[in-house]
Design a protein around this ligand. Structure first.
Ligand code: PNS
Length: 163
């Protein structure tokens, strides 16, 4: 049973995240999307809202026989992975600028939990500049981001802004 986690803040989920997730499904029997509970970062969406939206979006994801679920977690990613018996951490790399940060995390996570491997997938080139923070910035300034985030996420962002 190959079980992995796909951790992140997902504030909000982007099509870049979905691309990585969809391309990971043939590699694992089960993937848990692990949503970090990080209230100190003042996220746009609460962890419950993020989990609920991701669960909804995942209904349309090509699963390739892979079991997909969404869970929130606090504390260390490596510890969460171990606690649910995952053997891998999936991360996407967009550009060279991601590499140093990801390398540090992968090495630290390996030190914390030597049995858990970090598996990197290269982001699709069409999403290589897409990040949650850029999506929020452009959206809040009135720019168009359709095609870069799931439609449901855009609807939820509009609802948030209207409130
Ligand atoms: O994709 P993101 O939002 O940059 O995800 C970053 C995330 C959640 C993977 C990272 O911040 C993390 O693992 N946080 C949990 C705390 C932790 O384990 N820190 C040590 C990492 S070596």
């Amino acid at each position: 049973m190959r079980k992995a986690i796909f951790p992140g803040s997902f504030d909000p989920l982007t099509n870049g995240h979905l691309d990585i997730l969809e391309r990971s499904t043939p590699l694992f029997d089960e993937i848990v999307v692990a949503v970090l509970n990080n209230p100190e970062k003042k996220p746009m969406f609460s962890v419950e809202e993020r989990c609920e939206t991701i669960r909804e979006v995942l209904k349309d994801v090509d699963r390739d026989g892979c079991l997909l679920s969404v869970e929130s977690f606090s504390g260390l990613t490596a510890e969460f992975a171990r606690s649910i018996n995952a053997s891998a951490i999936i991360r996407g790399i967009r550009a060279v600028s991601d590499y140093e940060y990801e390398l540090r995390m992968a090495l630290m996570n390996r030190r914390l939990e030597p049995s858990i491997e970090t598996v990197f997938l290269m982001a699709g080139e069409e999403y290589s500049y897409v990040s949650s923070s850029l999506m929020k910035e452009v959206f809040l300034l009135g720019g168009r981001i359709e095609g870069l985030i799931p439609d449901l996420v855009e609807t939820k962002m509009r609802e948030k802004l209207a409130r």
